[in-house]
Design a binder for this molecule. Structure first.
Ligand code: ADE
Length: 226
C-alpha cells in the first residue's frame, strides 16, 4: 500500500511513523508513507495557500488551487481520497478494515478555520475521528494511518486481530500477566485453570458484559446482528 498525506506541516509527523509496528511495516516494504507539503503546488508568487472568506468573517480559508493541483499530480486510478474534517462521518474499525484493502490512499489534512468547499468534491470519503475540533487534520490522519497499517497482511499476526475490540461489535476481554497477585488484586481463577473451554467462555462472557456496560450502542448492534 502507498499512503500520501497532504499537509502544510510535515514536521508534525516527525517520529509518528518511525517506531515499533509502523517502522517495521515500512522497513519490510508493506507500506510506503509520503508526506506531501502542498504549499509547493501554490501558484501564488508568495506560495500562499489560504485567503479571506467570501462574504466576510474572521480567519483564513484554505484555497482550492494548491490541493487540486497536488491531487492531479499524485492520484492514479487506484487512489482513494480521504478528507479529514470534523464534519465528516465518524471513523470506526470497519473503515480501517475497508481502507486497509486499498492500494493507494491520499489523506488531505485541512487546517485553520476551514477550507474552500470545492475541495470536498475531490474526496471519496470525508472522515472525522470524533466529536471535537482539532487544530487540523494532521493528528486525525496519524490515527487513520496507524489503525490501517496494523491491518495490512504481514504487519501483525493474523490471530491478533481475531479477538480485538470491535470485532463482532464487541469490546476486548480483560487480560492479565504475571504476577498472579499484585497489590492484593488477583488474576481470576479461571485463567489459571488450564481449562481452555472454560477460559474461552469466560472471555466471551466478559466481552459481552463489558460491551453492554460501556458501549450499549455496540451491544445493540451485536444483538441486532445475531
Ligand atoms: N480536523 C479538525 N478536527 C477534526 C476531527 N475531529 N476529525 C478529523 N479531522 C479534523
Amino acid at each position: 500500500m502507498r499512503i500520501d498525506i497532504l499537509t502544510l506541516f510535515p514536521d508534525m509527523f516527525m517520529g509518528a511513523f518511525e517506531h515499533s509496528i509502523l517502522r517495521r511495516a515500512q522497513d519490510e516494504g508493506l507500506v510506503e508513507i509520503h508526506l506531501v507539503d502542498f504549499r509547493k503546488y501554490s501558484l501564488d508568487p508568495h506560495h500562499k495557500v489560504d485567503d479571506t472568506p467570501y462574504g466576510g468573517g474572521c480567519g483564513m480559508v484554505l484555497s482550492a488551487q494548491p490541493i487540486f493541483d497536488c491531487i492531479d499530480d499524485i492520484r492514479t486510478e487506484d487512489s482513494k481520497i480521504i478528507l479529514l474534517t470534523p464534519d465528516g462521518v465518524c471513523y470506526h474499525q470497519k473503515f480501517a478494515y475497508d481502507f486497509s484493502k486499498e492500494k493507494h490512499l491520499i489523506l488531505i489534512c485541512g487546517h485553520y478555520e476551514g477550507f474552500d468547499e470545492r475541495i470536498r468534491t475531490l474526496a471519496d470519503f470525508e472522515i472525522s475521528i470524533g466529536d471535537y475540533v482539532l487544530t487540523g487534520g494532521e493528528y486525525a490522519s496519524m490515527v487513520l494511518v496507524d489503525s490501517i497499517v496494523r491491518l495490512l497482511p504481514g504487519v501483525i499476526r493474523e490471530e491478533s486481530h481475531q479477538n480485538e475490540s470491535f470485532n463482532h461489535h464487541l469490546l476486548d476481554y480483560p487480560s492479565y500477566t504475571k504476577p498472579r497477585v499484585y497489590r492484593e488484586m488477583s488474576v481470576p481463577d479461571v485463567l489459571l485453570s488450564g481449562d481452555h473451554k472454560k477460559i474461552a467462555k469466560y472471555r466471551i462472557d466478559e466481552s459481552i458484559k463489558r460491551t453492554k456496560l460501556r458501549r450499549p450502542d455496540l451491544y445493540k448492534e451485536m444483538v441486532d446482528d445475531a
